[in-house]
Design a protein around this ligand. Structure first.
Ligand SMILES: *Cc1c(COP(=O)(O)O)cnc(C)c1O
Length: 218
C-alpha cells in the first residue's frame, strides 16, 4: 500500500471532527512530501533535532506537533514554529514553554499528558497529579501558552477491553477537567495510534496520532 492510499482510506474511516496527526518520525522528508501532496498538513515528530531538520526542508504551512517527551533545554529550538506540544508532563516544562513562546512572540498550544497505561515507562501525570496541577496553575501566568486539552497513550496490549477502559477513563477525566476549566479552547482529547485509534474514537478522542498505518513500519 502507498502512503497516499493509506491516507485516503484512513480519512474515509474517521469522523470529520477528529484531527489526524500523521506521525512521521523516522520516515524521510520524501514520505512527508507524499502525504502533503494528498492534503495532509498536520505532522507529529518525537525528536527535536529530527523535527528541526524536517521543518527546515518542508513547506511552511505544515502544522508540526511535538508528541514525545520533551526536555526543557530543547524547547528553544522548536518554539519559533511548533504548533502543538502534546507531552507537557511537568510544571517546570510549562514554564519554559511560556518563556520561549514569549521570546518568539507566539502562543503555543499544549496538551497535558496523562499516564493511563499499565506500564512504568510512559511519561505523564497521574489523575491525582493532574488534578493538583490544574488546581494550582493560574492561566494569567501563562499568556503565551494555550492549554488545549489532554493526551494519553494506552497500554500496548492485545487486550481490547483494557485499552477501551483506559481510553474511557481518560475521556471521563477530560470531561471533568473541561467543565472545571470552563474555557472554550480546552477542547482536545488526543488519544489513539495505529493499533487502537478506532477504540479511541469510540471512546471520544478527537485527535489521533497515527504513524505506521500511514507510513509503514519503522
Ligand atoms: C510513535 C508515536 C505514535 C504513532 O505510533 P503508530 O503506532 O506508528 O501509529 C503516536 N503517539 C506517540 C506519542 C508516539 O510516540
Amino acid at each position: 500500500m502507498s502512503i497516499s492510499s493509506n491516507l485516503i482510506q484512513l480519512n474515509q474511516s474517521i469522523p470529520g471532527n477528529v484531527t489526524l496527526v500523521a506521525v512521521s518520525k523516522t520516515h524521510p522528508v520524501q514520505a512527508i512530501s507524499e502525504a502533503y501532496q494528498c492534503g495532509q498538513r498536520v505532522f507529529g515528530e518525537n525528536r527535536v533535532q529530527e523535527l528541526d531538520e524536517k521543518h527546515a526542508q518542508l513547506p511552511a504551512d505544515i502544522s508540526w506537533h511535538l508528541i514525545g517527551h520533551l526536555q526543557k533545554n530543547k524547547v528553544k529550538y522548536i518554539a519559533p514554529y511548533v504548533s502543538m506540544i502534546h507531552s507537557v508532563d511537568d510544571l517546570e516544562l510549562l514554564k519554559v514553554i511560556q518563556k520561549e513562546a514569549q521570546k518568539n512572540d507566539r502562543i503555543i498550544d499544549c496538551l497535558i499528558q496523562i499516564h493511563i497505561a499499565d506500564e512504568e515507562s510512559k511519561f505523564g501525570f497521574s489523575h491525582i497529579e493532574a488534578d493538583a496541577f490544574f488546581g494550582s496553575i493560574n492561566d494569567a501566568d501563562y499568556p503565551n501558552v494555550c492549554i488545549r486539552g489532554l493526551m494519553g497513550m494506552a497500554t500496548f496490549t492485545e487486550n481490547q477491553q483494557q485499552v477501551e477502559a483506559e481510553f474511557e477513563g481518560l475521556k471521563t477525566f477530560f470531561d471533568n477537567i473541561q467543565s472545571r476549566r470552563n474555557s472554550d479552547s480546552f477542547n482536545v482529547c488526543s488519544m489513539g495510534m495505529s493499533g487502537d485509534y478506532q477504540l479511541a474514537i469510540e471512546a471520544g478522542s478527537n485527535m489521533i496520532r497515527v504513524g505506521s498505518a500511514i507510513f509503514g513500519s519503522r
